[in-house]
Design a protein around this ligand. Sequence first.
Ligand SMILES: *Cc1c(COP(=O)(O)O)cnc(C)c1O
Length: 467
Amino acid sequence: MSERLSPDHKRAMGQAAQAALAYREGHDTRPARPDISLDAAVARFAGPLAEGGQPAQDVIAHIVRDAEPGIHPMTAPTFFAYVCGASHPVGVAADFLVSAWGQNAASSTESPSVTGMERAVCNWVLDLLDLPRDSGVGIVTGASVANFSGVLAARHVLLKTQGWDAEEEGLFGAPPFPVLLGADAHSATTAALRYSGIGAGKVMRVATDGEGRMRVDALRSALERCEVPPLVILQAGQINTGAFDPFDELIPMIRAKGGWVHVDGAFGLWVRAVPELAGRLRGVELADSWAVDLHKWLNAPFDAGMVIVRDRAALVAAMAARGAYLPDGTEHWEPSDSTPELSRRARGVPSYAILRHLGRDGVRELVRRHCELADRIATGLRALPGAKVMNDVHCNQVALTLGDGAQGDALINRVLERVQARGKVYPSHGAWRGRQIIRISVVGYAMMERHADLLVQEIAAALAAEG
Ligand SMILES: *Cc1c(COP(=O)(O)O)cnc(C)c1O
């Protein structure tokens, strides 16, 4: 085989790049949700694998033709569902290179440029979020793995203080430590407790206020019941309300108990990047570890997130596959010493490109704009008959109910279905404080006032159609 690309492979790569461009330029002309059902989409790709292969360009042409109707326009500024970033174009462009280069990002010596860019990303994010600059950082697939990794670092330290080596001895027979979690924590944190062998059922749930923030008095009494230093998982950005736990009050109490504070800041931690909004998370910098996504508010292409651990040695002790090993404290660190994966793609590189493209000002503008748009949407929705915005707008999340009780819940579900079927915008469902809600998240890099206004108009129109 020649060292050069075959004409077929070359055409396939060019075709994919062209199709990617056409797709991203076509958002205005396509509905805001997939055109075909799951069954129809599955049928397009089902069937036995053929004995003979197909030319690469035919394969790519087939994928473009048959997949596009079932591709959800999550990159469009009309996608308000869940909390999904919109894959910023400069990140996508860099991601093309990541795939083409095919670097195994595990080794700094084997792929020095990737390590260079990923270290820059780690340093820039620590700086933007104003977290301890010499923290250990692992670039992982997202906040789920970041939470898991943070919990493993905490497990290492909390068991070590009780004289137990978690990595070597495992958890059979280990001395227990208490785990405290807010009543409105994201399911990813309970998943982290399952995976880490701590057990989701061992958790003490701590009561929250109307916005989903951990209550100070509730934490105080929970801490009083802790006989050994606990793991406490706090939250920056509740999924329905966007609320932040009162870190400056909670963390010193946990510290006084010798506990470990982990913060799930999947999207909300980015509010720290905006000086005039950073006070909403006052004290979050006092924690021991943080999970934050790159593929949500920073709009990195999926999938990318970070685990940040103040004591780098604790992260490395929990992650390094080579067993008892401590970092030498110099600038030199191996990417694979900070993540559960060994082989992995260079998933930090798209974020390098996005941060360099936006600069500090651009990141601030992005987060600030989204918070302003969420306010604008909430104001617009409050004017609709029977509508109630359940949350204070802490950042970029809006939780809408209609009417009262079961009738109101049925109404909002019908309205949401109608909004989605109209195909102009796409918010999602949710449940909050016993009510069905339309959950709105402002996170796509291209969202502007006109998209926010369109969302409000579409909900108004769907509500009007109910009569
Ligand atoms: C999205 C989210 C997670 C999970 O993150 P993934 O990137 O989907 O793994 C965890 N916590 C919160 C608060 C989130 O919003």
